[in-house]
Design a protein around this ligand. Structure first.
Ligand SMILES: NC(=O)c1ccc[n+]([C@@H]2O[C@H](COP(=O)([O-])OP(=O)(O)OC[C@H]3O[C@@H](n4cnc5c(N)ncnc54)[C@H](OP(=O)(O)O)[C@@H]3O)[C@@H](O)[C@H]2O)c1
Length: 405
Protein backbone atom coordinates (compact mmCIF):
# COMPACT_ATOMS: atom_id res chain seq x y z
CA UNK A 1 0.00 0.00 0.00
CA UNK A 2 2.76 2.40 1.07
CA UNK A 3 4.83 1.37 -1.96
CA UNK A 4 1.81 1.97 -4.23
CA UNK A 5 1.27 5.41 -2.69
CA UNK A 6 4.93 6.32 -3.09
CA UNK A 7 4.83 5.10 -6.70
CA UNK A 8 1.75 7.16 -7.53
CA UNK A 9 3.30 10.17 -5.76
CA UNK A 10 6.42 9.66 -7.83
CA UNK A 11 4.30 9.43 -11.00
CA UNK A 12 2.41 12.54 -9.97
CA UNK A 13 5.70 14.38 -9.37
CA UNK A 14 7.04 13.20 -12.73
CA UNK A 15 3.88 14.36 -14.49
CA UNK A 16 3.88 17.73 -12.67
CA UNK A 17 7.56 18.35 -13.26
CA UNK A 18 7.22 17.25 -16.89
CA UNK A 19 4.25 19.55 -17.27
CA UNK A 20 5.92 22.47 -15.48
CA UNK A 21 9.13 22.08 -17.44
CA UNK A 22 7.07 21.86 -20.63
CA UNK A 23 5.20 24.98 -19.52
CA UNK A 24 8.50 26.68 -18.72
CA UNK A 25 9.83 25.78 -22.13
CA UNK A 26 6.66 27.15 -23.74
CA UNK A 27 6.97 30.33 -21.64
CA UNK A 28 10.61 30.72 -22.53
CA UNK A 29 9.78 30.29 -26.17
CA UNK A 30 6.99 32.85 -25.94
CA UNK A 31 9.33 35.28 -24.09
CA UNK A 32 12.06 34.82 -26.64
CA UNK A 33 9.66 35.67 -29.41
CA UNK A 34 8.10 38.60 -27.56
CA UNK A 35 11.40 40.16 -26.34
CA UNK A 36 11.65 43.70 -27.61
CA UNK A 37 14.07 43.90 -30.48
CA UNK A 38 15.59 46.84 -32.30
CA UNK A 39 14.97 47.23 -36.01
CA UNK A 40 17.84 45.96 -38.19
CA UNK A 41 20.59 48.56 -38.40
CA UNK A 42 22.65 49.79 -41.35
CA UNK A 43 26.20 50.21 -40.10
CA UNK A 44 29.75 51.11 -41.12
CA UNK A 45 31.62 47.95 -40.17
CA UNK A 46 35.33 47.09 -40.30
CA UNK A 47 36.46 43.49 -39.93
CA UNK A 48 40.14 44.34 -39.55
CA UNK A 49 42.24 47.35 -38.68
CA UNK A 50 43.83 49.05 -41.66
CA UNK A 51 43.37 51.91 -44.13
CA UNK A 52 39.83 53.19 -43.38
CA UNK A 53 38.88 53.60 -47.04
CA UNK A 54 39.60 49.94 -47.77
CA UNK A 55 38.53 48.14 -44.56
CA UNK A 56 35.12 49.79 -44.05
CA UNK A 57 31.85 48.71 -45.63
CA UNK A 58 28.19 49.54 -45.05
CA UNK A 59 26.26 46.46 -44.08
CA UNK A 60 23.00 45.46 -42.36
CA UNK A 61 23.22 44.32 -38.74
CA UNK A 62 20.55 41.98 -37.30
CA UNK A 63 18.06 43.25 -34.67
CA UNK A 64 19.40 43.48 -31.10
CA UNK A 65 17.44 42.59 -27.95
CA UNK A 66 16.38 45.63 -25.93
CA UNK A 67 16.85 44.58 -22.30
CA UNK A 68 14.88 46.15 -19.46
CA UNK A 69 17.37 49.00 -18.84
CA UNK A 70 18.21 49.52 -22.50
CA UNK A 71 17.25 52.32 -24.82
CA UNK A 72 17.08 51.88 -28.58
CA UNK A 73 18.02 55.08 -30.38
CA UNK A 74 17.44 55.89 -34.03
CA UNK A 75 20.62 57.75 -34.94
CA UNK A 76 20.20 61.05 -36.75
CA UNK A 77 23.78 62.23 -37.27
CA UNK A 78 27.40 61.50 -36.35
CA UNK A 79 30.71 63.17 -37.26
CA UNK A 80 33.89 61.66 -38.67
CA UNK A 81 36.63 62.72 -36.27
CA UNK A 82 40.39 62.10 -36.58
CA UNK A 83 40.21 59.69 -33.61
CA UNK A 84 37.53 57.60 -35.44
CA UNK A 85 40.01 57.22 -38.27
CA UNK A 86 42.81 56.30 -35.84
CA UNK A 87 40.58 53.66 -34.22
CA UNK A 88 39.93 52.01 -37.59
CA UNK A 89 43.63 52.21 -38.47
CA UNK A 90 44.35 50.41 -35.20
CA UNK A 91 46.70 53.14 -33.93
CA UNK A 92 44.45 54.50 -31.17
CA UNK A 93 45.25 53.38 -27.61
CA UNK A 94 41.68 52.11 -27.11
CA UNK A 95 40.36 49.93 -29.90
CA UNK A 96 37.03 48.13 -29.98
CA UNK A 97 37.55 44.45 -30.85
CA UNK A 98 36.97 43.70 -34.54
CA UNK A 99 34.63 43.27 -36.28
CA UNK A 100 33.55 46.69 -35.04
CA UNK A 101 31.20 49.48 -35.99
CA UNK A 102 32.81 52.89 -36.52
CA UNK A 103 31.99 56.20 -34.85
CA UNK A 104 32.24 57.43 -31.30
CA UNK A 105 29.82 60.34 -30.85
CA UNK A 106 26.55 61.37 -32.45
CA UNK A 107 22.93 62.24 -31.79
CA UNK A 108 19.70 60.28 -32.10
CA UNK A 109 16.06 60.10 -31.18
CA UNK A 110 14.78 57.54 -28.68
CA UNK A 111 12.97 54.85 -30.69
CA UNK A 112 11.93 52.45 -27.91
CA UNK A 113 12.82 51.75 -24.28
CA UNK A 114 13.17 48.72 -22.01
CA UNK A 115 10.58 48.04 -19.29
CA UNK A 116 12.69 49.51 -16.44
CA UNK A 117 13.64 52.77 -18.17
CA UNK A 118 12.16 55.76 -16.35
CA UNK A 119 13.70 59.02 -17.48
CA UNK A 120 13.61 58.71 -21.25
CA UNK A 121 10.69 58.37 -23.68
CA UNK A 122 10.37 57.73 -27.39
CA UNK A 123 11.04 60.93 -29.32
CA UNK A 124 13.59 62.36 -26.85
CA UNK A 125 16.77 63.75 -28.40
CA UNK A 126 19.85 62.07 -26.86
CA UNK A 127 23.62 61.87 -27.21
CA UNK A 128 25.91 59.14 -25.87
CA UNK A 129 27.70 60.70 -22.90
CA UNK A 130 30.46 59.74 -22.39
CA UNK A 131 30.75 58.98 -26.08
CA UNK A 132 30.76 55.32 -26.97
CA UNK A 133 31.90 53.23 -29.92
CA UNK A 134 29.53 52.27 -32.71
CA UNK A 135 27.61 55.46 -33.58
CA UNK A 136 27.94 55.09 -37.35
CA UNK A 137 24.74 53.09 -37.70
CA UNK A 138 21.02 53.70 -37.95
CA UNK A 139 19.98 52.09 -34.61
CA UNK A 140 22.04 51.89 -31.42
CA UNK A 141 20.96 49.95 -28.32
CA UNK A 142 22.77 50.86 -25.07
CA UNK A 143 21.89 51.14 -21.37
CA UNK A 144 19.90 54.21 -20.38
CA UNK A 145 22.72 55.54 -18.15
CA UNK A 146 24.80 56.19 -21.28
CA UNK A 147 22.27 58.52 -22.87
CA UNK A 148 22.12 62.22 -22.07
CA UNK A 149 18.88 63.97 -22.99
CA UNK A 150 19.34 67.31 -24.72
CA UNK A 151 16.97 70.10 -25.66
CA UNK A 152 14.86 69.54 -28.75
CA UNK A 153 15.44 72.26 -31.28
CA UNK A 154 19.22 71.95 -31.01
CA UNK A 155 20.63 71.78 -34.58
CA UNK A 156 21.44 68.11 -35.01
CA UNK A 157 24.83 68.62 -36.62
CA UNK A 158 25.96 70.47 -33.48
CA UNK A 159 24.32 67.98 -31.12
CA UNK A 160 26.14 65.21 -33.00
CA UNK A 161 29.55 66.82 -32.68
CA UNK A 162 29.40 68.72 -29.39
CA UNK A 163 31.34 66.35 -27.18
CA UNK A 164 34.66 65.27 -28.66
CA UNK A 165 35.89 68.64 -29.92
CA UNK A 166 33.98 71.55 -28.30
CA UNK A 167 34.12 69.93 -24.86
CA UNK A 168 37.86 69.36 -25.28
CA UNK A 169 38.27 73.07 -26.11
CA UNK A 170 36.27 74.12 -23.04
CA UNK A 171 38.01 71.74 -20.62
CA UNK A 172 41.47 72.73 -21.85
CA UNK A 173 40.61 76.42 -21.43
CA UNK A 174 39.07 76.06 -17.99
CA UNK A 175 40.75 73.23 -16.17
CA UNK A 176 44.49 73.38 -16.88
CA UNK A 177 45.74 76.87 -16.09
CA UNK A 178 43.83 79.44 -14.11
CA UNK A 179 43.15 82.05 -16.80
CA UNK A 180 41.41 85.34 -16.19
CA UNK A 181 39.89 87.90 -18.51
CA UNK A 182 42.66 89.77 -20.37
CA UNK A 183 45.05 86.79 -20.35
CA UNK A 184 45.97 85.14 -23.62
CA UNK A 185 46.47 81.71 -25.16
CA UNK A 186 48.24 80.51 -28.30
CA UNK A 187 47.28 77.51 -30.44
CA UNK A 188 48.15 75.73 -33.64
CA UNK A 189 45.62 73.79 -35.75
CA UNK A 190 43.32 76.79 -35.37
CA UNK A 191 41.17 75.72 -38.32
CA UNK A 192 40.17 72.46 -36.58
CA UNK A 193 36.85 72.27 -34.75
CA UNK A 194 38.73 72.32 -31.44
CA UNK A 195 40.63 75.38 -32.68
CA UNK A 196 37.49 77.21 -33.81
CA UNK A 197 35.85 76.47 -30.46
CA UNK A 198 38.92 77.62 -28.50
CA UNK A 199 38.73 80.98 -30.32
CA UNK A 200 35.05 81.52 -29.54
CA UNK A 201 35.05 80.19 -25.98
CA UNK A 202 38.16 82.22 -25.18
CA UNK A 203 36.47 85.30 -26.59
CA UNK A 204 33.40 84.69 -24.40
CA UNK A 205 35.70 84.67 -21.36
CA UNK A 206 37.65 87.77 -22.40
CA UNK A 207 40.77 85.72 -23.19
CA UNK A 208 42.88 86.95 -26.11
CA UNK A 209 43.95 84.32 -28.61
CA UNK A 210 46.84 83.87 -31.03
CA UNK A 211 46.35 81.33 -33.78
CA UNK A 212 48.66 79.43 -36.10
CA UNK A 213 47.46 77.77 -39.30
CA UNK A 214 49.10 75.75 -42.05
CA UNK A 215 50.24 77.57 -45.17
CA UNK A 216 47.78 77.04 -48.00
CA UNK A 217 46.37 78.79 -51.04
CA UNK A 218 43.66 81.15 -49.81
CA UNK A 219 45.13 81.51 -46.32
CA UNK A 220 43.95 85.15 -46.20
CA UNK A 221 40.33 83.99 -46.53
CA UNK A 222 40.89 81.51 -43.71
CA UNK A 223 42.34 84.28 -41.55
CA UNK A 224 39.29 86.46 -42.19
CA UNK A 225 36.99 83.58 -41.23
CA UNK A 226 38.84 82.96 -37.96
CA UNK A 227 38.93 86.70 -37.19
CA UNK A 228 35.15 86.76 -37.64
CA UNK A 229 34.88 84.01 -35.04
CA UNK A 230 36.89 86.16 -32.61
CA UNK A 231 40.55 85.42 -33.32
CA UNK A 232 42.85 88.25 -32.21
CA UNK A 233 45.76 87.13 -34.36
CA UNK A 234 46.16 84.49 -37.06
CA UNK A 235 49.54 83.58 -38.57
CA UNK A 236 50.58 81.01 -41.11
CA UNK A 237 53.56 78.90 -40.06
CA UNK A 238 55.78 80.57 -42.69
CA UNK A 239 55.07 84.02 -41.20
CA UNK A 240 56.62 82.90 -37.96
CA UNK A 241 60.18 82.30 -39.11
CA UNK A 242 61.36 85.10 -36.81
CA UNK A 243 63.45 84.64 -33.70
CA UNK A 244 61.24 86.95 -31.71
CA UNK A 245 57.73 85.98 -32.77
CA UNK A 246 56.31 88.00 -29.89
CA UNK A 247 57.22 91.27 -31.60
CA UNK A 248 54.50 90.42 -34.14
CA UNK A 249 51.88 90.79 -31.46
CA UNK A 250 52.66 94.49 -31.29
CA UNK A 251 53.19 94.97 -35.01
CA UNK A 252 49.55 94.61 -35.99
CA UNK A 253 48.46 97.62 -33.96
CA UNK A 254 50.64 99.99 -35.89
CA UNK A 255 47.85 101.25 -38.12
CA UNK A 256 45.82 102.64 -35.25
CA UNK A 257 48.68 104.06 -33.18
CA UNK A 258 50.15 107.53 -32.92
CA UNK A 259 53.60 108.07 -34.53
CA UNK A 260 55.20 108.87 -31.15
CA UNK A 261 54.88 105.37 -29.80
CA UNK A 262 56.20 103.55 -32.83
CA UNK A 263 59.72 102.15 -32.53
CA UNK A 264 61.56 100.72 -35.51
CA UNK A 265 63.43 97.50 -34.79
CA UNK A 266 65.61 95.22 -36.82
CA UNK A 267 64.65 91.61 -36.38
CA UNK A 268 66.99 88.85 -37.35
CA UNK A 269 65.27 86.23 -39.46
CA UNK A 270 66.24 82.58 -39.13
CA UNK A 271 67.93 82.67 -42.55
CA UNK A 272 70.38 85.37 -41.30
CA UNK A 273 68.68 88.22 -43.17
CA UNK A 274 67.08 91.15 -41.38
CA UNK A 275 63.68 92.71 -41.60
CA UNK A 276 62.43 95.99 -40.25
CA UNK A 277 59.67 95.71 -37.72
CA UNK A 278 57.68 98.63 -36.49
CA UNK A 279 56.73 97.99 -32.93
CA UNK A 280 53.85 99.76 -31.36
CA UNK A 281 53.92 100.01 -27.58
CA UNK A 282 50.33 100.04 -26.57
CA UNK A 283 48.34 99.06 -23.50
CA UNK A 284 46.14 97.01 -25.74
CA UNK A 285 48.96 94.67 -26.77
CA UNK A 286 48.24 91.01 -26.35
CA UNK A 287 50.05 89.77 -23.24
CA UNK A 288 52.45 86.85 -23.59
CA UNK A 289 50.39 83.69 -23.34
CA UNK A 290 50.74 81.42 -20.34
CA UNK A 291 48.91 78.56 -22.05
CA UNK A 292 49.40 76.98 -25.47
CA UNK A 293 47.51 74.21 -27.29
CA UNK A 294 49.19 71.89 -29.76
CA UNK A 295 47.33 69.41 -31.98
CA UNK A 296 49.88 69.30 -34.81
CA UNK A 297 53.41 68.56 -33.52
CA UNK A 298 56.66 69.24 -35.41
CA UNK A 299 57.40 72.86 -36.31
CA UNK A 300 53.86 73.99 -35.43
CA UNK A 301 54.43 72.84 -31.82
CA UNK A 302 57.77 74.69 -31.65
CA UNK A 303 55.96 77.86 -32.75
CA UNK A 304 53.48 77.53 -29.88
CA UNK A 305 56.43 77.19 -27.50
CA UNK A 306 58.07 80.31 -28.94
CA UNK A 307 55.04 82.41 -28.03
CA UNK A 308 54.74 81.17 -24.45
CA UNK A 309 55.86 83.32 -21.55
CA UNK A 310 58.35 82.02 -18.99
CA UNK A 311 56.68 79.41 -16.80
CA UNK A 312 53.99 78.80 -19.45
CA UNK A 313 52.39 75.44 -20.25
CA UNK A 314 51.87 73.76 -23.60
CA UNK A 315 49.14 71.13 -23.75
CA UNK A 316 49.43 68.56 -26.52
CA UNK A 317 46.09 67.00 -27.43
CA UNK A 318 46.66 65.82 -31.01
CA UNK A 319 49.38 64.96 -33.50
CA UNK A 320 47.97 65.79 -36.94
CA UNK A 321 51.37 66.14 -38.66
CA UNK A 322 52.52 62.82 -37.14
CA UNK A 323 55.78 64.61 -36.27
CA UNK A 324 57.17 64.59 -32.74
CA UNK A 325 57.26 67.55 -30.38
CA UNK A 326 60.85 68.72 -29.93
CA UNK A 327 61.78 71.13 -27.19
CA UNK A 328 65.06 72.98 -26.74
CA UNK A 329 66.96 72.43 -23.52
CA UNK A 330 66.88 76.19 -22.88
CA UNK A 331 63.07 76.19 -22.96
CA UNK A 332 63.14 74.01 -19.88
CA UNK A 333 66.07 75.63 -18.07
CA UNK A 334 65.65 79.33 -18.80
CA UNK A 335 61.96 79.60 -19.67
CA UNK A 336 60.79 76.88 -17.27
CA UNK A 337 58.12 75.78 -19.72
CA UNK A 338 55.91 72.84 -18.80
CA UNK A 339 54.57 70.28 -21.22
CA UNK A 340 51.52 68.15 -20.62
CA UNK A 341 48.86 66.21 -22.47
CA UNK A 342 45.09 66.09 -22.52
CA UNK A 343 42.86 63.14 -23.39
CA UNK A 344 39.09 63.60 -23.20
CA UNK A 345 38.41 59.87 -23.00
CA UNK A 346 40.30 59.63 -19.71
CA UNK A 347 38.71 62.80 -18.41
CA UNK A 348 35.16 61.56 -19.11
CA UNK A 349 35.75 58.11 -17.66
CA UNK A 350 36.44 59.64 -14.29
CA UNK A 351 33.99 60.94 -11.72
CA UNK A 352 33.66 64.08 -13.85
CA UNK A 353 30.96 62.70 -16.19
CA UNK A 354 28.16 64.78 -14.64
CA UNK A 355 30.30 67.88 -14.68
CA UNK A 356 31.03 67.18 -18.35
CA UNK A 357 27.29 66.81 -19.09
CA UNK A 358 26.70 70.24 -17.53
CA UNK A 359 29.45 71.67 -19.71
CA UNK A 360 27.88 70.03 -22.79
CA UNK A 361 24.55 71.67 -21.92
CA UNK A 362 26.39 74.99 -21.62
CA UNK A 363 28.02 74.48 -25.02
CA UNK A 364 24.71 73.57 -26.67
CA UNK A 365 23.13 76.67 -25.14
CA UNK A 366 25.94 78.74 -26.71
CA UNK A 367 25.16 77.08 -30.06
CA UNK A 368 21.45 77.89 -29.76
CA UNK A 369 22.29 81.49 -28.81
CA UNK A 370 24.57 81.85 -31.83
CA UNK A 371 27.78 82.25 -29.78
CA UNK A 372 29.38 79.00 -30.93
CA UNK A 373 29.61 77.83 -34.53
CA UNK A 374 31.99 75.85 -36.65
CA UNK A 375 32.25 74.73 -40.22
CA UNK A 376 30.60 71.43 -41.09
CA UNK A 377 29.38 69.60 -44.15
CA UNK A 378 26.34 67.37 -43.74
CA UNK A 379 26.58 64.26 -45.91
CA UNK A 380 23.92 61.57 -46.52
CA UNK A 381 24.91 58.24 -44.94
CA UNK A 382 25.01 56.45 -48.29
CA UNK A 383 27.80 58.84 -49.34
CA UNK A 384 29.92 57.67 -46.41
CA UNK A 385 32.97 56.82 -48.49
CA UNK A 386 33.10 60.28 -50.11
CA UNK A 387 32.85 61.86 -46.66
CA UNK A 388 35.57 59.52 -45.42
CA UNK A 389 37.89 60.55 -48.27
CA UNK A 390 37.36 64.19 -47.30
CA UNK A 391 38.01 63.44 -43.63
CA UNK A 392 41.17 61.60 -44.63
CA UNK A 393 42.42 64.79 -46.31
CA UNK A 394 42.46 63.22 -49.80
CA UNK A 395 40.65 66.25 -51.21
CA UNK A 396 42.64 68.92 -49.33
CA UNK A 397 41.38 70.86 -46.31
CA UNK A 398 37.68 70.20 -45.83
CA UNK A 399 35.03 71.10 -43.26
CA UNK A 400 34.10 68.53 -40.60
CA UNK A 401 32.08 65.74 -42.20
CA UNK A 402 28.77 64.98 -40.48
CA UNK A 403 26.97 61.80 -41.54
CA UNK A 404 23.18 62.22 -41.75
CA UNK A 405 21.34 58.92 -41.27
N1 LIG B 1 43.12 64.51 -26.88
C1 LIG B 1 41.81 64.58 -26.99
O1 LIG B 1 41.07 64.24 -26.08
C2 LIG B 1 41.23 65.13 -28.27
C3 LIG B 1 39.89 65.46 -28.33
C4 LIG B 1 39.41 66.02 -29.51
C5 LIG B 1 40.26 66.19 -30.60
N2 LIG B 1 41.55 65.81 -30.49
C6 LIG B 1 42.50 66.00 -31.59
O2 LIG B 1 42.42 67.35 -31.98
C7 LIG B 1 42.81 67.47 -33.32
C8 LIG B 1 41.76 68.28 -34.06
O3 LIG B 1 40.56 67.51 -34.13
P1 LIG B 1 39.28 68.12 -34.89
O4 LIG B 1 38.26 67.05 -35.01
O5 LIG B 1 38.92 69.40 -34.24
O6 LIG B 1 39.94 68.41 -36.31
P2 LIG B 1 39.20 68.66 -37.68
O7 LIG B 1 38.11 69.64 -37.49
O8 LIG B 1 38.88 67.34 -38.29
O9 LIG B 1 40.35 69.37 -38.51
C9 LIG B 1 41.57 68.75 -38.77
C10 LIG B 1 42.67 69.75 -38.44
O10 LIG B 1 43.93 69.13 -38.58
C11 LIG B 1 44.73 69.90 -39.48
N3 LIG B 1 45.56 68.97 -40.22
C12 LIG B 1 45.17 67.92 -40.94
N4 LIG B 1 46.23 67.27 -41.43
C13 LIG B 1 47.33 67.95 -41.02
C14 LIG B 1 48.72 67.79 -41.21
N5 LIG B 1 49.21 66.78 -41.92
N6 LIG B 1 49.55 68.68 -40.65
C15 LIG B 1 49.07 69.70 -39.92
N7 LIG B 1 47.75 69.90 -39.69
C16 LIG B 1 46.90 69.04 -40.24
C17 LIG B 1 43.74 70.62 -40.36
O11 LIG B 1 44.35 71.75 -40.90
P3 LIG B 1 43.92 72.37 -42.30
O12 LIG B 1 42.73 73.24 -42.03
O13 LIG B 1 45.12 73.13 -42.67
O14 LIG B 1 43.61 71.23 -43.22
C18 LIG B 1 42.66 70.97 -39.33
O15 LIG B 1 43.05 72.09 -38.58
C19 LIG B 1 43.00 66.06 -33.83
O16 LIG B 1 44.36 65.73 -33.74
C20 LIG B 1 42.22 65.23 -32.84
O17 LIG B 1 42.67 63.91 -32.75
C21 LIG B 1 42.05 65.28 -29.35
Amino acid sequence: MATKAIKSLYQLHETVSFRSSWKLRRLTTVRAFSAAMSPPSLAVVYDDHGPPDSVTRITEQPPVEIKEKDVCVRMLAAPINPSDINRIQGVYPVRPPVPAIGGYEGVGEVHSIGSAVKDLSPGDLVIPSPPSSGTWQTYVVKEQTLWHKIEKGTPIEYAASITVNPLTALLMLEDIVNLKSGDSIVQNGATSIVGQCVIQLARLQGIRNINIIRDRPGSDDVKVKLMKLGADEVYTESQLGLKNVKSLLMWHLVCCSTPSNILPLFEEMENNSYCLLVVDIDEDDIPEPSLGFNCVGGNAASLVLKFLRGGGTMVTYGGMSKKPVTVSTSSFIFKELSLRGFWLQKWMCSEKVNDCRNKIDYLLAQVREGNLKYEMEIVPFDEFHTALDKALGKLGSQPKQILRF
